[in-house]
Structure formats: structure tokens, C-alpha cells
Design a protein around this ligand. Structure first.
Ligand code: ZN
Length: 430
């Protein structure tokens, strides 16, 4: 078995900084040893260099930082072409941009070409795992899974379920999307590193019958995820109240249909009551916080203090195309700004946790990825600490780790990603 060794500054988190502020490792001159796509060892170069086999060549990255690949817990692959479209609020955005863009995915050529671009763009931004929305078309999920499989990515996705409130070409037929979802689960769930997520877009675009069908599918396939939106925008919440008058709140719509459990990821959760936080927490579901999207679409400022108080699991998502960047660094920057406006100071450790190990936990993949624990899959990024003249100048004077990480998350973006590795294989190089 061939051995690979990477020498650089190395950083990774071992636990949630909220539980243990010291649960991280940083090696100023570090070495990451990979065998058969898995982490064999991580530590200081001085200590580990002598354990290397004579035949192992060391890849030395001077002025670079190696860390675990980023994990994006909410993103739409068919929306890459509407990123940066001028719009108003969520419900208008969907009608004006999202639905017309998604209609194009009835063409399998569009699915394949966009999936290819999307996966490349994830890797170019150092994102090695993601939870992804397709469109209602079976071919959209098929194309994305096929492309992710080519790169051997640990990725979860699903075809969208919708049977009302959208153009006819985007609605599931008489069987409510059951057959296509079942076929996709059978074909892709657990294949290689891939997983399936049952993906109702959000309560307004599914009838109670479709949500019930989704709940039955989830019960029949307990290991699949559920991925949807909740409490993003005030008009949306009001609309859900009108459509589901028998439900006590937005979360109740999903609870009633068996869609809220420890494999459920609810995107946004910007406007949640204490009761909703308690129930999400008790059910073990998670919230994907999407700050660039929330600010761009004008949805609001998420309340991290409240989520922490109720021990609600959470991590970060880009929410492309409502979100404005594929970069998890820029997403961390936006999360910091949102917290500032909520009187909470988000530390660099907390932000990097949410973008790596915390994201892995939210997606139930922390057994495999999220940090460099022995035996984990070697998904990692190499960041260029001299990516731009300003970054080089600013990082040079950041003497302590936390200051270095903070400057990276505020100034950094895709330009910092020098190389991305999936299972120890280089899949992107600047
Ligand atoms: Zn979304």
C-alpha cells in the first residue's frame, strides 16, 4: 500500500469548541500521512518524519495550511446560473428565478453539464462534502450522483418533491414522486460514499398527501436523510400558516408527517420560537445556517445564541443560488457578521468547527470525515497563505493561531484554495 506525506502547517478540530475550547490540534510544521485514502497519522514533522517509509516522497507546501475539507450542509446544484440575480424576497425569488431555471433540467444534457460544473466548483472552493438539492427531475439527481461518484466524494443529495405552487413542468405526477425517489434510493444510497436525502422543497410546494408519502418513504428507508427548508422568511412562514391551518407552526407540518428526526436537515431556521428550538433539539434534527443567502434575500439574521441555548445541532450552508458564494470561508465571514448584529461574537474556532467537523456531525458523516483522526477518510484542503498580496501581508503578522484563522475566514475565499484532496487523491489544483 503506497504511502503519501504532506508537510505544511496543519490544523483540525477534535470537538465542538463550545464543549471544549482546547479540542483542536495545530502543528506549525506538521505532517499528514495518508495510506489507502485514509489518515495514517498527523502530527509534527519532527516527530513523524522518522516513521515514514524510505520510499515515501514528502510533498512540502511552504506557506500553506492544511485542514479538513469544507462541508456545505445546504446547497442547490441547479441554481448555479441564478447566483447573483437581482431580486426581492424569497417567494418572488422562487417565481422569478428559481422555477424558470429549474425547468431547464428536464433536459438530461443540462443536468449532466451543470452537475459537472457544480462539482468542479465545490472542489475549487475546497468543499469536499455537501448536502444538495436537485430539481424535481429524476435526471437531475442521477447526473449529480454520477459526477460526485467520479470524484469519489462523500455527498448526499436528492430529487426535489413538489406537487403544487410551481409551474406544471416542475410538479410530481400522480404518484407524488414516489417511484422516482425509490429508484434513486435503490440506485445511489450507500453506493460508494454517496447517500440519499428525501427532499421536499418546503411545505408550500407539497400537498399534505405528498408530505405523508415522503414520511412513509422515510420510515421505509430509515438510513436516508430528509432535507428541506424551514422558517427562512416571514412571508413564507405566514403562507405556511394559511396552507396548513391545522398545524401549530411550521415545524409541526413536518413533524406531523414523520419528517423530523436525527437525519433531518432543515435549511435556515432564521425565525424560530423557543418551542420549535426545543422540539428540533429533542428530535435530534439539525439546522443549516445560510448567512449569505439570508442577507442577500433579506430573510433575516439567524439567532445562534438561541440555538445554542436549546442545544440545537447546526452547521453552515451556502444555499447557492440564494447564497452569494460557494466559498465556505466567505460563508463563515457572513456568519460572523450576522452574529455581530445579534450581539454575539463568533470565534474563529466556532466558525471553522461549523464548516468542518460540525458540518460532518450535522450530516451524520463524522465517523468518516471532518477532521484528521486516525483512520478517517483523507478529505483535505491546502490553503495558500500568500494567495493575494493583502492576505500575505496580513497573515504574516498574525502570530497566534486564533488570529491567523480569524484573518483567513474574513479575508479568504476560493483564491486561497491551492489544492483539494478527496480520499487522498488530488482532485483540484490551482
Ligand atoms: Zn435553499
Amino acid at each position: 500500500m503506497r504511502q503519501y506525506a504532506y508537510r505544511a502547517q496543519i490544523f483540525h478540530l477534535l470537538d465542538d469548541p463550545q464543549h471544549d475550547a482546547e479540542a483542536f490540534q495545530y502543528f506549525k510544521d506538521g505532517l499528514l500521512i495518508v495510506e489507502d485514502g485514509h489518515v495514517k497519522a498527523v502530527g509534527s514533522f519532527r516527530r513523524l518524519a522518522k516513521t515514514l517509509r524510505a520510499s515515501t516522497k514528502i510533498n512540502h507546501y511552504k506557506n500553506h495550511l492544511i485542514m479538513p475539507g469544507f462541508i456545505d450542509t445546504h446547497i442547490h446544484f441547479p441554481q448555479v446560473d441564478i447566483i447573483g440575480s437581482y431580486g426581492r424576497q424569497l417567494l418572488d425569488w422562487l417565481q422569478d428565478y428559481t422555477f424558470p431555471a429549474e425547468l431547464a433540467f428536464k433536459d438530461s444534457k443540462v443536468c449532466v453539464e451543470t452537475a459537472r460544473f457544480f462539482v468542479k466548483e465545490l472542489l475549487r472552493n475546497g468543499t469536499t462534502s455537501a448536502l444538495v438539492f436537485g430539481t424535481v427531475h429524476e435526471g437531475s439527481a442521477d447526473a449529480l450522483f454520477a459526477e460526485a461518484q467520479k470524484k469519489n466524494m462523500r455527498l448526499i443529495a436528492g430529487k426535489v418533491l413538489m406537487d403544487r405552487g410551481a409551474p406544471k413542468g416542475l410538479l410530481d405526477g400522480k404518484d407524488l414522486g414516489r417511484a422516482a425517489t425509490k429508484r434513486l434510493i435503490k440506485k445511489w444510497h450507500g453506493r460508494g460514499r454517496l447517500g440519499y436525502a428525501i427532499t421536499p422543497r418546503f411545505a408550500p410546494t407539497s400537498t399534505p398527501e405528498q408530505l405523508a408519502m415522503a414520511g412513509v418513504l422515510k420510515a421505509e428507508n430509515p438510513s436516508v436523510h430528509v432535507h428541506t427548508h424551514m422558517c427562512e422568511n416571514k412571508d413564507e412562514i405566514k403562507y405556511v400558516g394559511e396552507l396548513f391551518p391545522d398545524s401549530t407552526d411550521y415545524l409541526d407540518v413536518y413533524e406531523k408527517h414523520g419528517l423530523v428526526g436525527d437525519k433531518t436537515v432543515l435549511a435556515h431556521g432564521v425565525h424560530m420560537s423557543a418551542s420549535m428550538c426545543k422540539r428540533v433539539s429533542a428530535n435530534g434534527a439539525a439546522i443549516s445556517l445560510c448567512p449569505t443567502s439570508n442577507m442577500f434575500i433579506g430573510s433575516g439574521l439567524f439567532n445562534l445564541s438561541q440555538l445554542r441555548r436549546h442545544k440545537v445541532r447546526h452547521a453552515l450552508g451556502t444555499d447557492i443560488g440564494g447564497g452569494t458564494s460557494f466559498s465556505m470561508l466567505m460563508t463563515m465571514n457572513a456568519a460572523y457578521s450576522v452574529c455581530q448584529l445579534r450581539d454575539l461574537s463568533l470565534s474563529s474556532m466556532d466558525a471553522f468547527y461549523m464548516a468542518t467537523l460540525g458540518g460532518a456531525k450535522v450530516l451524520g458523516m463524522d465517523k468518516y470525515v471532518g477532521n484528521f483522526e486516525l483512520g478517517k477518510e483523507a478529505d483535505f484542503v491546502v490553503m495558500d497563505l500568500k494567495a493575494t498580496p493583502l492576505i500575505a501581508r496580513r497573515l504574516k503578522i498574525a502570530k497566534r493561531l486564533k488570529a491567523l484563522l480569524f484573518a483567513i475566514m474574513i479575508l479568504g475565499d476560493d483564491r486561497m484554495i491551492a489544492e483539494t484532496f478527496v480520499m487522498g487523491r488530488s482532485v483540484y489544483k490551482k
